[in-house]
Design a protein around this ligand. Sequence first.
Ligand SMILES: Nc1ncnc2c1ncn2[C@@H]1O[C@H](COP(=O)(O)OP(=O)(O)OP(=O)(O)O)[C@@H](O)[C@H]1O
Ligand SMILES: [Mg+2]
Length: 250
Amino acid sequence: MKISIHDIEFSYNGTPVLEDITCTIEKGDFITLVGPNGSGKSTLIKCMNGILRPHKGTVLVNDQSLPSPDELAKKMAYVPQSENKKTSLSVFDTVLLGRKPYIHWKPSKHDLIITADILKSLHLGSLAMKEVNKLSGGQQQAVFIARALAQEPSILLLDEPTANLDIKHQIEVLDLLKSLSNQDITIVIALHDINMAIRYAGKIMMLKEGKIFAYGGKETVTEQHIESLYDIKVHIIRDMENIFIVPNGL
Ligand SMILES: Nc1ncnc2c1ncn2[C@@H]1O[C@H](COP(=O)(O)OP(=O)(O)OP(=O)(O)O)[C@@H](O)[C@H]1O
Ligand SMILES: [Mg+2]
């Protein structure tokens, strides 16, 4: 599904946080959203999924305004930056909650099979009966990603989903998301690790002080852009099609 954002503006208590945001995210795009702390990444994601309502402008999904929350949950899933992890539910039941938009009064066999398949694909099968609040931070993160996948969304919005993961699990999660985008699921993912963001991006969206500073393919990643975005000095190492940002002095 396509997301079209036209000229949105958002303020918290009168302080503008997003301004002049206009962009189109096509079906199956893999967008990495980068920018300094406080640049508005989480706020933009929350405007895309209707948690926050822009004061001006429109957010359309496949050219339609956002539907009711229940209908939206079948189309779009969201993994927030920080999640209340104090749930005593089991891993299985937490992931099954992702099926809620489809369940009438009790889960069907299909709901249980999807839940089990997703647990397997994220290597969570052996933890299925454990309480979520007794898992490591990274394992919990994987559970919340699994819950979002259980919604079978066409659009997946993830806010720093790899923040607590070791390098192996970061790659596992990002590879899984990439494979979903190859199946035409639209992925928008806020990432702090600029090198991971570049490596995985179909397109990279740079936010600075609440505005889109640059948006495009890997050609958008220039020393000048990165230096101006983060206010640091960097050099870029290019190796075949890969690009690595290295802060100067390292
Ligand atoms: N609930 C809130 N009430 C008031 N101001 C807020 C609120 N949430 C965020 N802000 C402010 O809005 C701005 C953008 O915040 P946002 O969380 O969108 O940034 P971010 O790019 O996601 O940052 P980070 O990389 O630290 O997660 C910041 O200046 C922040 O202080
Ligand atoms: Mg954020």
